[in-house]
Design a protein around this ligand. Structure first.
Ligand code: ZN
Length: 335
């Protein structure tokens, strides 16, 4: 695995003065990803001006692959993880940090109707605190990128082209343009999530193996796992807030549980799994508080989410797996 960008992760920072300087990092990450997987296809990556979370993969004629991520994806993800870092104890740090010494930085993004959408960053005076927020944000942004690449590599785009000519675009947060039942569509989304979570898990393990800067911030390896789980859970919660299209994408909690579950299968140690799920519970409760979610409603929802997760999984195993398998460019799981 090429670790060029991972190793840089300790040096990058969202802010340099008031400039955002991670745009290039994710562009390079996305554009070199297929090459690192041994696939000689040209992928171009760009940002779209939009304040909302979204990403799109467009495979054109199978020669040109274009991947777009909205600026809002970066803004919202970094905003929430800086905030999350200050409100919840996500990991055990090697240092004690103050939650007092915080500077608020406000940026204004605009929607299609030119309405102002404020984005507020809570910047701690201690750069180590900010670095923890940035690691979670990095996992979250890469999850979005890898989800789209998962649609391509696992054959969803190829399948889509074969059954519905000229319709080859997958959106993170919009209906896919292909005639699929709701369950079939959700099964593809969960498959793309699963791809993203599993490859991101491997990257996280590379950070640990390479004694990355992250290890100087936290008590131990388990804390890196916690930041990884928080990153995925956090981005799923954010997509849940944005996602108004419930017939093509599973509920965000279903997505988060299924993909963390998939990644956890790569862990041998059961104690680690327990700790990861405790972290997820912390992140979920933080988001619920933030969004004034009623506790009883949340528990009832979780029961129906369990049913939905089972139906999606069955649809994947018995139907969609066989349909997309022949178009897959990489190893495809039968999750
Ligand atoms: Zn998708």
């Amino acid at each position: 695995m090429d670790n060029t960008f991972l190793q840089k992760s300790c040096n990058y920072s969202w802010f340099s003065g008031t400039d955002i300087i991670v745009y290039d990092l994710y562009k390079k990450y996305a554009e070199s990803y297929l090459i690192t997987k041994g696939i000689q296809k040209l992928l171009t990556f760009d940002y779209i001006r939009s304040p909302y979370i979204d990403a799109v993969i467009n495979t054109m004629d199978n020669k040109k692959i274009k991947l777009y991520v909205t600026e809002g994806t970066l803004l919202r993800i970094y905003e929430i993880f800086y905030k999350l870092n200050l409100c919840t104890d996500i990991c055990q740090c090697k240092f004690t940090y103050s939650k007092e010494n915080i500077k608020r930085i406000k940026l204004i993004s605009r929607d299609e109707e030119n309405r102002e959408i404020p984005v507020i960053f809570h910047i701690n005076a201690d750069s180590r605190v900010n670095a923890i927020a940035e690691y979670m944000s990095m996992f979250a942004v890469k999850f979005v990128i890898l989800h789209e690449l998962g649609h391509y590599l696992n054959g969803h785009c190829g399948y889509s082209r074969s059954v519905n000519q000229n319709k080859f675009t997958f959106h993170l947060n919009e209906p896919i343009h292909i005639k699929l039942s709701s369950k079939q569509s959700k099964a593809l989304e969960v498959d793309a999530d699963s791809y993203a979570a599993c490859f991101l898990f491997q990257e996280m393990e590379e950070l640990i193996k390479n004694d990355d800067y992250i290890l100087s911030l936290v008590e131990g390896k388990i804390d890196v796992y916690r930041l990884f789980a928080a990153g995925i859970q956090g981005v799923c919660c954010l997509m849940g807030i944005d996602n108004k299209i419930s017939n093509t994408h599973p509920k965000s909690s279903v997505r988060a549980c299924l993909c963390i579950d998939g990644a956890c299968r790569l862990i041998n140690d059961n104690d680690y799994k327990d700790e990861i799920f405790k972290t997820i519970a912390n992140v979920v409760s933080f988001f619920n508080t933030l969004n004034n979610v009623d506790k009883d409603k949340f528990v009832n929802d979780m029961v129906s989410y369990g049913r939905e997760a089972k139906e999606i999984e069955d649809c994947w195993r018995k139907d969609m797996y066989y349909k997309v398998k022949q178009f897959a460019l990489s190893y495809i799981s039968n999750y």
